[in-house]
Design a protein. Structure first.
Length: 428
């Protein structure tokens, strides 16, 4: 499920962070443009000329979670060119399949096919398996190809594809483990990632090349000319997990003695839900609630939880996102501070001007009966927002003005013998 792009809103401050949830391998090239991939976990293993660089812009595909970070260009051609790999934990389980999904946009391809991506081993060797090829079809388009090993015959698609178009590819490596040369390689082109795995792949290779234990993903710049932009790489042992849970925001704000948490997901896959955890200076992480997820969806989903009646102090919060199969991963923590106000204060509403709703925040140094009301410029009360007992602390009240006309209004706070009045502007 798992890649979360979190925007942490801490009070009025915004922090952007990236988090990977659960997948064995995720690469969105979310690094400064022009950086070498070697500075970000990719290791060189062949060639010394043209190196892999972070390229501006990203690729997107319907129902596939990306559109963040940047990308990289794979530039085949003559002369020495860098080949690079990224290691992951070696995996070999009988009957298990592993998948790597990635987005490609091919600009040029030569008449002679050449491969640009494949699996490797950990530690890394020259045993390259599951090679993905590209070549011109001679008719203004190109085809994809697949081989198991260097001695394998390359199988090419009968369908042709369009230069300058983004395609989703899923490369599958299926362990058989009956002999040492029976693993099966498959390639899916433009599958719907939120649907079950198709029954038939676009390309399959059952060549008897020697099997390997997967432990690396390799990018290759071959000797034949091609230009390929690649992005959104996901490696997992489950087709369903190729779409991560993608959070676009996670907000933490203090509201009196409460801390309000809210978060939004752009996509979810097999998401059972979120455990909300809290930690204070005097305690370890504790589960304080569980919020049900929405399973598998590419629709925007919003979540909210309020941690109530807290004592003064600093608190950290994090989410533990849990799949239906029990797989989980933590987000990074965000910290807030609950403090008692030392003065009576009515803040300016926000936003202002507004249409049709706005928020009004006020501070009480001590508990007491409180009235908060809205008046027109004639001094007539048009709406009572609050009239009752409130604890000491910072409080926020929402004002909905959909039944009022545009204009300037006054809002007045009365508590413990003190009064404060401010203006606000409604524009429809």
């Amino acid at each position: 499920m798992k890649k979360l792009y979190l925007t942490f809103f801490l009070s009025l401050f915004i922090f952007l962070v990236n988090i990977s949830y659960g997948q064995n391998f995720v690469e969105d090239f979310d690094y400064p443009v022009g950086d070498s991939l070697g500075a970000h976990g990719w290791d060189w293993h062949s060639g010394t000329g043209t190196i892999f660089l972070v390229t501006a812009g990203n690729l997107t595909y319907t129902n596939y979670s990306d559109g963040v970070g940047n990308s990289t260009a794979i530039l085949g051609g003559s002369g020495s060119r860098e080949d690079s790999h990224k290691l992951f934990n070696a995996v070999d389980t009988m009957g298990t399949s592993y998948y790597v999904a990635f987005l490609v946009n091919v600009s040029t391809a030569a008449a002679t096919g050449d491969y640009f991506l494949h699996f490797g081993t950990n530690p890394h060797t020259t045993n390259f398996r599951a090679r993905v090829f590209v070549k011109s079809d001679g008719l203004g388009g190109f085809v994809f190809g697949l081989s198991k090993a260097s001695t394998s015959t390359v199988s090419y698609t009968t369908a042709s594809y369009v230069f300058g178009t983004t395609y989703l590819l899923v490369l599958k490596y299926s362990y058989q483990n009956i002999t040492n040369n029976d693993d099966i390689i498959s390639l899916y082109i433009n599958p719907d990632p939120i649907q079950p795995e198709p029954g038939v792949a676009d390309l399959t290779n059952t060549d008897i090349g020697t099997d390997i234990i997967l432990g690396a993903l390799d990018l290759r710049q071959g000797s034949n000319a091609y230009t390929i932009q690649i992005d959104g790489i996901r490696f997992n042992n489950s087709w369903a997990q190729l779409i991560p849970v993608e959070l676009t925001s996670f907000a933490a704000s203090v509201n009196g003695k409460n801390v309000d948490l809210s978060w939004v997901t752009a996509t979810e896959t097999n998401n059972s839900g979120f455990e909300v955890e809290r930690k204070s200076a005097n305690s370890n992480w504790q589960k304080i609630s569980f919020i049900n997820g929405n399973g598998t969806t590419t629709e925007r989903q919003s979540y909210f939880y309020s941690d109530k009646n807290l004592n003064e102090g600093r608190y950290s919060y994090r989410l533990k996102q849990v799949d239906f199969n029990g797989t989980f991963e933590y987000s990074k923590a965000v910290e807030v501070e609950v403090v008692a106000p030392n003065k009576f204060e009515l803040a300016q509403n926000y936003p202002n001007p507004f249409n049709p709703s706005t928020s009004i925040k006020f501070s009480l140094p001590q508990a007491g009966n409180v009235k908060l009301a809205v008046y027109n410029l004639l001094g007539q009360e048009v709406q009572t927002l609050l009239n009752g007992f409130k604890e000491a602390g910072v409080h926020t009240v929402s004002f909905e003005a959909k039944n009022l006309n545009s204009g300037i209004y006054l809002y007045k706070l009365e508590a413990n013998g003190l009064t404060s009045v401010k203006k606000m502007t409604l524009i429809k």
